[in-house]
Every structure is written in C-alpha cells, then in structure tokens.
Design a protein around this ligand. Structure first.
Ligand code: HEM
Length: 123
C-alpha cells in the first residue's frame, strides 16, 4: 500500500518536472524579453526535491541498488545528472539560440531514456 502511494507520487513528480521544464522553455521562447513569473522559478525546486525524496524512498522499499542489483537505476541516476546539467545550460541560454534548442532536445532525450529505464528495467 505504502509502495503504491510512494510510487505514484514519484511518477506524478516526474510528470510535473517535465511539464514545468517545458513550460519555462516555451514561455521564454515565445517571449524572450519577458521575465518568467516567480512561481515558475520556485515550484520546480520544490517539485524536484520531492521527486528525489520519493526516489530515495522507493530505493529503500524495493531494495534496488544502483549498479548492484539494478543497473538500470545506476544508468538512470547518471542520466539524471545529465538532465540537471543540460537543464541548467538550457535555462541560462539566450532563448531561440542553437545552444537553447540543443540543450532542450538533449534534456528531453535524457528524460525519455530515464522513463524508459524505470518502466522496462532492461538492464
Ligand atoms: C528526472 C528524474 C526522474 C524521473 C523522470 C523518474 C521517473 C520514474 C518513473 C516514471 C518510474 C516508474 C516506472 C514504472 O512505470 O514502473 C520510476 C521508478 C523508480 N524510480 Fe524514478 N525517476 C526520476 C528520479 C529518480 C531518482 C532521483 C531516484 C532515486 C534516488 C529514483 C528511483 C526510482 C526507483 C527505485 C523506481 C522503481 C520503483 C519500482 O518500479 O518498483 N528515481 N521513476
């Protein structure tokens, strides 16, 4: 029961992180001169802390260990570092530049791979 609640919360925070990142990216692309609303700068930190917290909690419940009994989780956490780094490059880049588009595309690829690994656990 606890597992179901924590897992679904984790999946919800995962969906929200992608949603908020996209919202920030596309708002800046649409109106580069307009600063983002303050809430869009605070909410992602709040959500991502809960995503990390529920992820650690799931590790405790499931006993999956990165590169121990769950290589998929190890690769997922490495991709998470990639997602964080690329996300920082993307939000700091001038909107609609090659750097911003490349950062955005690569971070979306990282998230897609993270979700694929978590869902199908191929490794
Ligand atoms: C961008 C970051 C993340 C995304 C998008 C994400 C996404 C997901 C998703 C969608 C699932 C459910 C897979 C399914 O359908 O069964 C999942 C499961 C899991 N996640 Fe994450 N996650 C992220 C970060 C983390 C972090 C930071 C940790 C650990 C510190 C973590 C640990 C886990 C574990 C252990 C499971 C396995 C639960 C199970 O299948 O029983 N995740 N993740």
């Amino acid at each position: 029961m606890q597992y179901i609640i924590v897992k679904h919360s984790h999946m919800l925070f995962a969906a929200v992180t992608v949603l908020l990142f996209n919202l920030r990216f596309w708002l800046r692309a649409a109106k580069p001169a307009k600063p983002l609303p303050k809430i869009l700068k605070i909410l992602p930190h709040f959500n991502d802390t809960l995503l990390l917290f529920t992820g650690l909690w799931l590790m405790k419940i499931t006993h999956f260990t990165p590169f121990g009994n769950a290589n998929w989780l190890g690769v997922k956490l490495l991709l998470l570092l990639g997602y964080i780094g690329l996300g920082m490059i993307t939000v700091r880049a001038q909107p609609k530049t090659g750097k911003a588009w490349a950062g955005y595309g690569l971070s979306m690829l990282c998230v897609a791979a993270i979700i694929y690994l978590a869902r199908y656990k191929p490794l």
